[in-house]
Design a protein around this ligand. Structure first.
Ligand code: DQQ
Length: 534
């Protein structure tokens, strides 16, 4: 352990130092995974943005390369912002990214590998035709809100399509472009989709999901057993939302399914810190993988002290739930190769008001999974119909507020005397004709250092606890608490900076602060090894 760096992660992706943000252009090419990301080569705050580049054969261990894209010609001289890769016919990757031009306009540029036989694709050549897409008085594009091209998909007419995030007044837009040759792009009359009062859409993502299997599909796949997902990252709130819907190929328009909320009150990949995410299709394992950026909750002064800021979440496999109403997410299975010492707890009853330590694992660097069985439903508290915002309920009913069924879950990154802990837990309420499961990540007691943002996060989990057990998985990595409730139905990621609960001084507990007993039907915890990262 480096005692000067208690918050540095051991298996989450980060470079040795400086600022990082959005994951860019993730892909697999000839068996090698590529991750590019927004990076400031000379500072711990955002600025001087280039595309840094690392590669991996397992999505767990990474080697760094030279920056792939950096300001070098007029179309990107003031910055190389986010973008995506598309694999063109003949197995040729292409990057489209946003450049900031000499007038500080946002424009879209193309870069291709210099040498396709370099397994790491280290050097990228920019098109002499750049910028390929730019704001003009004719197309009425807002030059400071025109960025983050998606992976392109090919329509049945053989033309490529992609979307670019934008806004008109406060209406968020996914501007659609088409191209025959990937060089000459024409803006479509209508956006693929738009929504009022959502503000600028950053880093849009648009991809197909299979309705009958969890197997992922390539971005251009259309057809009968396919739905589409549209995600946008809202610059106004720094939250992402997605909808599931139908892509009409004739009109080239996307319509979210009935009942889905097309705004910040809608579905989120993650109800904690998770932004500017992007998926790609992993053709080697037929799955769709989601990458997301997790920023700091610490002060800039503390970031300067530690010399770095931002990490990437563990890549997640993502697929459509059987209900068709939401996505499910789970950390890529490869991360389990880091599991080492395992501790299992026998089935037991966790009495109301009790707490049990999970000892024998490195609690600052661990993977822990539990399943709870619930019986005494009569004791569930009533859900006030006005409690529609899960984050608000979680903030009011923190881990220390006793309930009927719950709070029960984990105390992670806890100090011995519980001066510090982060609580990840459930509460079960009696709602209108059904039980409502609330999942919370409560950071309010995570650190004695009050310079940190200790906001509590919350989500509803769409499970029926009378029919299924309630599961919780948490990946703990020094300053990261990444939790998956209901087998990936709700995810919450938090950043925390304990001052006492660091390294070997860290403890892990399972607790029940409700009045009713809860059964633990399964509990396993693993120490996690350090990954080789950069
Ligand atoms: N980050 C990039 C932009 C994007 C934003 C700049 C989202 O391209 O809109 O670093 O975090």
């Amino acid at each position: 352990f480096d005692n000067n760096q208690p918050y540095r992660t051991s298996y989450h992706f980060q470079p040795p130092k400086n600022w990082i943000n959005d994951p860019n252009g993730p892909m697999i090419y000839k068996g090698i995974y590529h991750l590019f990301y927004q990076y400031n080569p000379i500072g711990v705050v955002w600025g001087n943005i280039v595309w840094a580049h690392s590669t991996s054969t397992d999505l767990v261990n990474w080697i760094p390369h030279e920056h792939a894209i950096y300001p070098s010609h007029p179309a990107d001289i003031n910055g190389c912002w986010s973008g995506s890769t598309t694999i063109l016919p003949g197995d040729k990757p292409a990057i489209l990214y946003t450049g900031i031009d000499p007038q500080n306009q946002q424009v879209q540029n193309l870069a291709v590998p210099k040498n396709l036989s370099d397994p790491y694709l280290r050097e990228w050549v920019k098109s002499p035709k750049n910028p390929l897409m730019a704001p003009t008085p004719m197309n009425e594009i807002n030059a400071s809100s025109f960025r983050d091209p998606t992976t392109a998909w090919m329509g049945p007419d053989g033309r490529w399509r992609l979307i670019i995030g934008s806004k008109r007044n406060q209406r968020g837009l996914a501007i659609l472009y088409r191209s025959k040759d990937f060089i000459k792009w024409t803006k479509a009359q209508h956006p693929l989709h738009s929504a009022k009062n959502t503000g600028m859409w950053e880093c849009p993502d648009f991809f197909p999901v299979s309705t009958d299997t969890p197997i992922g599909v390539e971005t251009s796949v259309m057809g009968p057993n396919i739905k589409h997902v549209l995600k946008s990252s809202l610059d106004n709130t720094k939250h992402e939302y997605y909808t599931i819907g139908t892509y009409n190929l004739v009109k080239d328009r996307y319509t979210p399914d009935k009942g889905s909320v097309d705004s910040d009150a809608g579905l989120r990949y993650d109800y904690g810190k998770f932004y500017a995410s992007k998926t790609f299709f992993d053709s080697s394992k037929n799955r769709r993988i989601l990458w997301g950026w997790i920023n700091e909750s610490s002060s800039v002064a503390d970031d300067v002290k530690k010399g770095w800021s931002g990490i990437q979440a563990i890549p997640r496999t993502i697929w459509l739930d059987k209900s068709g109403k939401q996505l499910l997410q789970w950390p890529i299975f490869e991360i389990e190769q880091l599991r080492t010492k395992r501790v299992d707890s026998p089935t037991k009853v966790l009495k109301g008001g009790s707490m049990v330590e999970i000892s024998g694992v490195t609690a600052a660097q661990a993977d822990v999974e539990v399943s709870f069985g619930i019986k005494a439903f009569e004791k569930a508290e009533m859900l006030d119909p006005s409690w529609t915002n899960p984050q608000m309920i979680c903030s009011q009913k923190s881990a220390s507020v006793k309930g009927g069924l719950g709070p029960f879950g984990f105390l992670v990154l806890a100090s011995k005397g519980l001066q510090e802990y982060t609580a990840v837990f459930f509460r079960i309420f009696k709602g209108q004709g059904k039980y409502v499961v609330l999942m919370c990540s409560d950071q309010s007691r995570s650190s004695l250092n009050n310079d940190n943002d200790k906001t509590t996060y919350g989500a509803f989990v769409d499970v029926d606890p009378t029919k299924e057990e309630l599961s919780l998985k948490t990946l703990i990595d020094h300053s990261i608490v990444e939790s998956f409730g209901g087998m990936g139905k709700a995810c919450i990621t938090a950043r925390v900076y304990p001052t006492l609960a660091i390294h070997d001084e860290t403890h892990l507990y399972v607790f029940n602060n409700g009045t009713e007993s809860i059964k633990i039907s399964r509990l396993s915890a693993w120490s996690m090894k350090k990954a080789q990262i950069n």
